[in-house]
Design a protein around this ligand. Sequence first.
Ligand code: F6P
Length: 550
Amino acid sequence: MGTAVERVTNTPLPERQAWKNLEHHYASVKGLHLRQLFAEQPDRGKKMTAKAVGIYLDFSKNRITDETLKLLVQLAEECGLREHIDSMFRGEKINITENRAVLHVALRAPAGTSIVVDGQNVVPEVHAVLQKMTDFSNRVRTGEWKGHTGKRIRNVINIGIGGSDLGPVMAYEALKHYSERSMTFRFISNVDGTDFAEAVRDLDASETLFIVSSKTFTTLETMTNAQAARAWALAALGNDPKSIAKHFVAVSTNAKEVAKFGIDTANMFEFWDWVGGRYSMDSAIGLSTMIAIGPDNFRQMLNGMHEMDEHFRTAPFEQNLPALMGLLTVWYSNFFGSETVAVLPYEQYLKRFPAYLQQLTMESNGKHVTLAGNQVTYQTGPIYWGEPGTNGQHSFYQLIHQGTRLIPCDFIAFMKTLNPVGRQHDLLMANVFAQAEALAFGKTAEQVKAEGTPDWLVPHRVFEGNRPSNTILVERLTPSSLGKLVALYEHSVFTQGTIWGIDSFDQWGVELGKVLAQRIIPELESPGEPKLQHDSSTNTLIESYRSQKE
Ligand code: F6P
């Protein structure tokens, strides 16, 4: 039989029986309208739903039949999804191109459980770091941890990029309601000096703590910003190198580089190479989150993630939320040819959730070869994008409703608001339900005409409908429910990657640009004219910049 990885590499996806069945089936359902599907199956809106760990998924407004679901589940089985899930949870090295285990699920495994990597149970290490984070967060939050001049810390700035930024900033925004409001939290990621300058301009260095977050501790942007932060802090703190220990801590897997930067490794919070950057917001990378919301809330977030992990690991695929969402994404990407997925949270606190998901989904599944290294002959990861509702409605929804592209949407909404202001929550929720309804059922020419619309205007006012969406309902935005939503998408990405037979856990595609930038940096900074050996476009751009730079 071999390992799950070996099995999925055996038969090319388009040659699998379930895939062929789906191709055949697609021909018979592609013309069906959601109006017809609902008319023929009046209880569809109740039946095509799944509920687990407090999350309700209504997937009835998808262009599927019971048969589609059966075939998608068959595809998951043929692609070894169950075995692949088990391999991940067992700590097998399923990230084959980096020869690494993929164990973000271990970051939220309860104390006392066991997940073994290279002969060692990693769960106790995870809890030891969590305890260290808890102690430190408590000291900062209570004011026990003092800055160099004896003042308490009032500002926390996370310096990181990619997974070392997007998770922390998303979680901070999402859980702001639970955060310590007497403190200021900021995030510096871009190597653009503006990001740094704007983050520190009104802060007092003697009250500011920098968390330098970088798995590798070699990332150009983060190291450059960390150096700038050190210079800024030193200048304000009398150039005393001893001040660094009170104002800088590190989150990394690389103790050597942390020490080289000048941060005492006693003030380093560790994580491990089996945590991918985009899967790391619940590791020590979440230190800023923990300081903001407190250790108890952070643990609630981990518990929520763990509940979703267990659901994904054990639930039958027909009722398995991440598996269903992942399979539906495959259905639209590979059979309907849709290019994107819109994620539309009707919750202002989730304003950075789509940006967070972009790295999670696209760095994971933007791959052009299979695990065996063969060019794929089908589309892989779709483009994820989105904005919180209702803002998007007054911007890009026009294209989703009446444009020429098929854009599956995920609507995310909460039954109870954290900010009950007047009628606003009812209005917000009415809009979620209305949008999903309008997308699915549209408005026919007959309906438009019946409203007295002149003939020439009718085509402009027709809504074809038949535009698919999921609606995800959650009781309330809490640390736990945020954890569940994050894990839901993590495992949906896993499901998609398993079907496509790709490595969802490497990111070689980010390397080339980094290497070329390293070559160009000295060409921009050299006092003498460098001998440029790029293509004529790149050479001219560099020359032009050199001639005008200050
Ligand atoms: O963009 C590539 C990447 O390696 C991401 O995967 C990662 O999240 C980010 O850079 C930051 O890396 P690090 O945490 O090592 O600074």
